[in-house]
Ligand binder design. Sequence first.
Ligand code: F6R
Length: 369
Amino acid sequence: EKGGFASFMDKEIHDQPQAVGDTLLGRTDVDGRLMLDDLRIEESVLRSIDKIIVIACGTAAYAGHVAKYAIEHWCRIPVEVELAHEFRYRDPIVTEKTLVVAITQSGETMDTLMAVRHAREQGAKVISIVNTNGSTIPRESDAVLYTHAGPEIAVASTKAFLSQITAAYLLGLYLAQLRGNKFPDEINTLMDELRDMPRKIQTVIERGEYVRATARSMKDASSVLFLGRHVGFPVAMEGALKLKELAYIHAEGFAAGELKHGPIALIDEGQPVFVVVPSPRGRDSLHSKVVSNIQEIRARGARTLVIAEDGDDAVRPYADEIFWVPPVPTLMQPLLATVPLQIFAMALAEAKGLDVDQPRNLAKSVTVE
Ligand code: F6R
């Protein structure tokens, strides 16, 4: 059932093009308008919401951070992201005009379920983004947007994460359509970009051997740092989480802009640092800022492992290793930039002889608070 792969995780990484493609399937009508059939919340209610709060745990919460960047940019609705266990216990401000989006692979995470209940008690509408049919959280939500990643067996989340991000983009574009924030042709263009993602994810997977070789050469690392800006920040956090979970190596993700506010003190000779570089074709100075960050840490001895867009020559002088990803709009880059980090963590764990499907101390779904 591992389909010839060494582990479920390896198989599930390879399932990602299909998981993303299936999550996009059947979401538009003949005129190309987005329709999210599963959402049984009245359009008038969705038009009147004044705030979105995304609640989730772990990897699903990082999908929530990507959702924030996309939904705020496309819909101009304020989006907060909060860990479900923190949300539940701090008296959050929730009204009938708040839309709560709960993201969960299993649909059973107790922390997330308790937060969903709490939000509904305060009068909020809850949409859950869920992978597992028939699980508890969708039953207790006002509406559900299913990801179609298929069963995820490995404890560490991979294809569910990419599907959650995809579903969040769909939700964002749907709200933009409904609330008139975007013209139909802009939405179509973005949908076309999304429909092209499975092919590009496949390309990144096919480049995996170089990532694996790098990982094997680093099996004695005792700490690895991950930096990103904008949507690259949650990708960095996810890369760090994968490495902790699978390879039991101390890892931390930072917003690259925070470096000089403290973390740069951690950099010394040979410290491995992954850096997620946004598209150089973006409108603002995001790309050059990240390139300067790479330059700064390299000057202090870091070993720089850079994820960059094909043809981005600006990173070459400062990168010890480069993992190339195909060009996409920066907001969608997490669907590509995450993949080398997943492969890296898996390959490093394998090199250490660890069980990548069943890391120590972890359960696939956390059904206690
Ligand atoms: C990390 C991982 C966990 C889960 C978290 C939420 O690889 O799998 O961090 O993402 O426990 O689980 P779900 O999505 O089932 O609510």
